[in-house]
Design a protein around this ligand. Structure first.
Ligand code: ADP
Length: 181
């Protein structure tokens, strides 16, 4: 099973991705987590990513795509994976298609987690991550609408829409049901 989780910042992709990974026995691959691990380890990749993340902007796609390509080539991803936070632009989606085509491993579904904007902002302010200040959140939402939302059209035939409002467990059950598992 190869899945993409799509939705605005704060929609719950990380939380749902972890639960799904457990349920389906495949790894969750989060570009945000990979960048944060690189920042913590003070790698050159982390140092580069941090300046973009702190401002709520996207890390350049060449850097991001390379990081994802090497991660999905690891053995644990051979039986499937859940992508959280990638792709975030149409050009990243096209890069992903190329990577997967080479291994003849198309995506099975793109789960679109729907949560109203006022609720995602509330969730992020409560979470209080370093990039969860009001100005940075506002910019991330703007970037989401401009760069990421067009993916809903790009992935038209693969989209599975799930209501992301409610208890974590209920949302997870909705996703599993929508995927037909
Ligand atoms: P959220 O979903 O709450 O926005 P993430 O952890 O997914 O949080 O992302 C945090 C930041 O990491 C983004 O604002 C962006 O700077 C960077 N990032 C994550 N994924 C990508 C990506 N696919 N392309 C470019 N930048 C990314």
């Amino acid at each position: 099973m190869r899945l993409v989780l799509l939705g605005p910042p704060g929609a719950g992709k990380g939380t749902q991705g972890d639960l799904l990974a457990d349920r389906l026995g495949i790894p969750k691959i989060s570009t945000g987590d990979l960048f944060r691990a690189n920042i913590a380890a003070e790698t050159p990749l982390g140092l580069e990513a941090k300046q973009y993340m702190d401002a709520g902007n996207l890390v350049p796609s060449d850097v991001t795509n390379r990081m994802v390509e090497s991660r999905i080539a690891e053995p644990d991803a051979a039986k499937g994976f859940i992508l959280d936070g990638f792709p975030r632009t149409v050009d990243q989606a096209e890069a992903l298609e190329k990577m997967l085509d080479e291994h003849e491993q198309p995506l099975n579904a793109v789960v679109s987690l729907e949560v109203p904007e006022d609720l995602v902002v509330e969730r992020m302010l409560a979470r209080g991550r370093e990039d969860d200040t009001e100005d940075v959140i506002r910019n991330r939402m703007r970037v989401y609408r401009a760069e990421t939302e067009p993916l809903l059209v790009h992935y038209d035939g693969l989209i599975v829409t799930v209501d992301g409002v409610g208890e974590v467990e209920s949302v997870n059950n909705r996703i599993v049901a929508a995927l037909g598992h």
